[in-house]
Design a protein around this ligand. Structure first.
Ligand code: ZN
Length: 241
């Protein structure tokens, strides 16, 4: 569907890109029980895709459906090519302190996004259409400004998504990490025109969470809450017309 935010998708279907973190030679974190983050992320991505599609009104695109390595930039590109209205990257965290647990979400910080917007403007073909603006039609300096504006607007939407996620997780009674909405310069969140968040489903370094996240049944509650949050975001935050 169309990615121009503020207007409904042309086909009345929102497109969600779900990105299973890591893969192939990159296992991500390794859990207390030996489970790989890349496998938890892929299983979760597929399960979440099914949950979202079952609600109707959504098309889901997965950045990977197999255990393969994908560069971060390629993940972003898949989201943009698919015309995604939302990009969700799924991960599971790990830390030295085995007591730390809780779901949390990252959105892109302003400072990091400005640099990336510049880099993207230089690297990518200027014919790219950012938020419906044909960059090839403008001189380079104007294009950078448009790209910057697009990134800023997108960052606001990404922060909205993260806030809806946190509220929904709280409403579902899930265990949240202290300060559950964080901001950082994740490369995978740097699409200038697709609201993007990175979800850490929990900690593979925590005995109870790794046990939960290793099994479909254990993942179900958090993924259901995530599907509800996505639905809530599109029904309440994204303006129609
Ligand atoms: Zn990860």
């Amino acid at each position: 569907s169309a990615t121009k935010r503020g207007s409904p998708p042309v086909d009345d279907v929102f497109t969600i890109a779900i990105d299973a973190g890591h893969g192939g030679v990159d296992p991500g974190a390794i859990g207390l029980n030996g489970v790989y983050e890349k496998d938890v992320a892929l299983a979760a991505a597929k399960e979440l895709a099914t949950m979202i599609e079952e609600r109707g009104g959504y098309r889901v695109v997965l950045t990977r459906t197999k255990d393969i390595f994908l560069p971060l930039r390629e993940r972003v590109a898949i989201g943009r090519r698919s015309g995604a209205d939302l990009f969700l990257s799924l991960h599971a965290d790990s830390i030295n302190d085995t007591k730390v647990k809780g779901v949390h979400v990252y959105s892109l910080s302003d400072t990091a996004s400005d640099k990336e917007a510049e880099a993207l403007a230089a690297k990518e073909n200027k014919a790219d259409i950012i938020a419906g603006i044909d960059l090839a039609a403008h001189p380079p300096d104007v294009s950078s400004i448009l790209l910057d504006l697009s990134q800023r607007e997108t960052n606001n939407f990404s922060a909205d998504v993260a806030n809806v996620l946190v509220q929904t997780w709280e409403a579902h009674g899930l265990k949240l990490l202290k300060k559950p909405h964080r901001q950082a310069g994740f490369a995978v969140l740097k699409a200038p025109d697709v609201p993007s968040v990175l979800v850490e489903l929990g900690f593979l370094s925590n005995a109870s969470e790794v046990k939960k996240l290793s099994k479909r049944k254990g993942r179900a509650a958090i993924l259901e809450a995530l599907a509800n949050a996505v639905d809530l975001y599109f029904k309440t935050v994204v303006p129609k017309g």
